[in-house]
Design a protein around this ligand. Structure first.
Ligand SMILES: Nc1nc2c(ncn2[C@@H]2O[C@H](COP(=O)(O)OP(=O)(O)OP(=O)(O)O)[C@@H](O)[C@H]2O)c(=O)[nH]1
Ligand SMILES: [Mg+2]
Length: 232
């Protein structure tokens, strides 16, 4: 039995098709929770959210995962998407514990860079205090070995946009992770076992990070939420 209970609200943001809905479904352990599709236009519209409770270290954590509409889409400007998403998030929850920013590993296109700059600006994520609420994930890394994942991390730390989000300790980005979440039905049968195993390792690592209360945060304007979250 858990001794205490805590709500953790996590908002997933990123360019269209980067894998936000796929990641939410994976964390929810429900492939049908949110619609996932390879499409040029944003599949998710506005926001969608779902709860999942997880018992860790004598604490029951009720996660609210908030999937959002992708930026850099062909039908709406980034400014329109950001304001639609921000308004919907504010209506849905009173505070955000973590903003998970997802990007497909590989070269950063101008469109995706602009989308990230707009996200960082809209939610003030380059601010030293707010950065503690940001987590950068590179998706589509299921075939990348440790050396390549380390190289991606270095490239992100050197990138003029991505480095604004990252918290660095001993030359490592602590709020960063590479993930690979192909649909199990599409995985090459020779690689299936290994990829499935790695997926479970990733789920555990990410949920552990998101479960940790954020330390050193100044109380927010009303003090009601103490030091674990931020007001939008
Ligand atoms: N191989 C691989 N495919 C992935 C990964 N993440 C997502 N995909 C696939 O990429 C496509 C787009 O994923 P979605 O989760 O729908 O992307 P999204 O960010 O929610 O897109 P929008 O809702 O349009 O903004 C789907 O076909 C997913 O199965 C990954 O890490 N590896
Ligand atoms: Mg989606």
């Amino acid at each position: 039995m858990a001794n205490s209970k805590r709500d953790v609200h996590v908002v997933f943001l990123g360019p269209t098709g980067c894998g936000k809905s796929r990641l939410c479904n994976f964390l929810l352990e429900d492939d049908k929770a949110f619609k996932v599709n390879a499409s040029f236009q944003s599949v998710t519209k506005g926001i969608e959210s779902k709860w999942k409770s997880i018992n860790t270290n004598n604490e029951l954590i009720a996660f609210k995962f908030i999937d959002t509409q992708g930026l850099a889409d062909t039908t709406m400007t980034n400014a329109e998407v950001v304001s639609t998403v921000a308004a919907a998030v504010k209506q849905d929850i009173q505070y955000v514990n973590y903003f998970v920013i997802i990007l497909r590993a590989g070269r950063l296109t101008d469109e995706n860079r602009n989308a990230l700059e707009d996200i960082i600006k809209a939610f003030k994520l380059s601010d030293d205090e707010r950065k503690k609420h940001a987590f950068l994930l590179l998706s589509h890394c299921e075939c990348s070995n440790q050396q390549l994942r380390d190289q991606y991390e270095k490239e992100c730390l050197a990138d003029r946009t991505l480095k604004k989000l990252l918290i660095v300790r001993s030359n490592r980005a602590i709020n960063f992770q590479c993930i690979g979440l192909p649909q199990p039905s599409e995985v090459n049968e020779w690689m299936y076992e290994g990829i499935m195993k790695w997926m479970n390792v990733q789920r555990k690592g990410l949920l552990e990070y998101l479960s940790k209360p954020i330390e050193g945060i100044r109380p927010t304007n009303d003090g009601f939420f103490e030091n674990i979250c931020t007001i939008l």
